[in-house]
Design a protein around this ligand. Structure first.
Ligand SMILES: [Zn+2]
Length: 199
């Protein structure tokens, strides 16, 4: 529709999650009109994260270097592992101030519709940690929606025979929503009220 570079930019923006063709066009023309240094700040920020930030080799949180700050912190209780879908969920749990254990980021949730099964998630890596670390309890802190519940159920079935406590955050969170939208108090209570997974 447009000349080469403009269309390239629209196409790239349109590949981002939650950005439809109309939004992609609007953002592209916003960048075209913006001062050069302002637009380039965005491209530099992207280049910077791609150069410097990777995923923690233990918990798959975002980090600089091999391990993230949480994994490197000796004051954290390494017998507790809170399983979340995305690094942003760690931020949500940390904000509650109720949790002093470690995390494991699955980098997604089971979703048959999107063709995402356990093989696409960091499940193997979780099992490897349980094999080598002294984990007493795994807290399944996936989102309170269809995919999150299916993922929690799958992991509970997988983990329970291995002998550690497997718990799920309490209901009471807005159903169908994401953890990141829950307020700190509600999420803190859901963590505190976590229950043994059954069935
Ligand atoms: Zn880590």
């Amino acid at each position: 529709m447009y000349a080469g570079p403009v269309q390239d930019l629209i196409d790239e923006l349109g590949r981002l999650p939650g950005i439809g063709p109309k939004s992609a066009q609007r953002i592209a023309f916003h960048l075209l009109k913006a001062a050069k240094q302002d637009a380039l700040r965005l491209s530099r920020a992207i280049a910077e994260v791609k150069d410097r930030i990777t995923f923690c080799q233990r918990c798959f949180n975002v980090c600089e270097g091999t391990y993230c700050e949480l994994c490197n912190d000796p004051r954290r209780d390494a017998t507790l592992v809170c399983v979340v879908e995305e690094p942003r969920d760690i931020v949500a749990v940390e904000k509650t101030g109720e949790y002093r254990g470690l995390y494991h980021v699955l980098q997604g949730a089971i979703s048959p519709i999107e063709g995402i099964g356990p093989e696409q998630l960091k499940v193997k890596e979780l099992l490897a940690r349980i094999d080598t670390e002294q984990v007493a309890e795994v807290i399944l802190c996936t989102n309170p929606n269809l995919e999150g519940e299916a993922t929690a159920m799958y992991l509970a079935r997988l983990l329970r025979p291995l002998g550690m406590r497997v718990t799920r955050i309490a209901s009471g969170l807005p159903v169908g929503g994401d953890l990141e939208y829950a307020d700190e108090l509600t999420l803190g209570r859901a963590l505190e009220g976590r229950r043994e997974m059954e069935g």
